[in-house]
Design a protein around this ligand. Structure first.
Ligand code: CO
Length: 176
């Protein structure tokens, strides 16, 4: 089921998400809804708080190249990270990021190039993932949401000011 995605500057996006303790049917339904909601907006990642649930959950599904030249995101390729912790981070990478909670805005953001992350899967089983590519960037972006942070907070003062001005105008014009 597709759920509504919160849009900046919704105050709920500032909440610090809580640890997941129950790996039950309710959690699985939430994860499935997060996938549907992400797909509906053509996103590659989503944190639970973006659908208004303040739990430490994020999903990522990097589109595959498919034969017709389009992309696809089969559900079985969805990475589901619960209570994730970055245990290693090094290197520097700049990547153009976007966010379903800041639709239509993209900007270069600097993050660690390589991360190693410990997390629990939907059954509560401990897992480890390591990456030094786009997935590493996506994980760091989504993990910021768990701390109540949106990627625009990483912009320089000047870029942030420009963004806020344009965003207010877009909201006023009903474009958001
Ligand atoms: Co985001």
């Amino acid at each position: 089921m597709v759920r509504e995605i919160l849009v900046y500057p919704d105050k709920r996006l500032k909440l610090i998400s809580k640890e997941v303790e129950s790996f039950d049917g309710e959690l699985h339904a939430l994860l499935d809804d997060m996938y549907d909601s992400m797909r509906a907006k053509n996103g590659v990642g989503l944190a639970a708080i973006q659908v208004g649930v303040d739990l430490r959950i994020l999903i990522i599904n990097i589109p595959l190249e498919v034969e017709e030249g389009g992309h696809d995101q089969p559900k079985e390729n969805t990475l589901e990270l619960i209570n994730p912790i970055i245990v290693e981070a090094d290197g520097v990478e700049v990547f153009q990021e976007g966010c379903l909670s800041v639709p239509g805005f993209y900007e270069d953001i600097e993050r660690a190039k390589h991360v190693k992350v410990e997390y629990l899967d939907r059954n509560g089983k401990k897992q480890i993932i390591e990456n030094d590519d786009f997935l590493a960037i996506a994980i760091q972006h989504e993990m910021d949401h768990l701390e109540g942070k949106v990627f625009i907070e990483k912009l320089s003062f000047t870029k942030r000011k420009k963004f806020e001005k344009e965003w207010k105008r877009k909201i006023k014009e009903g474009k958001i």
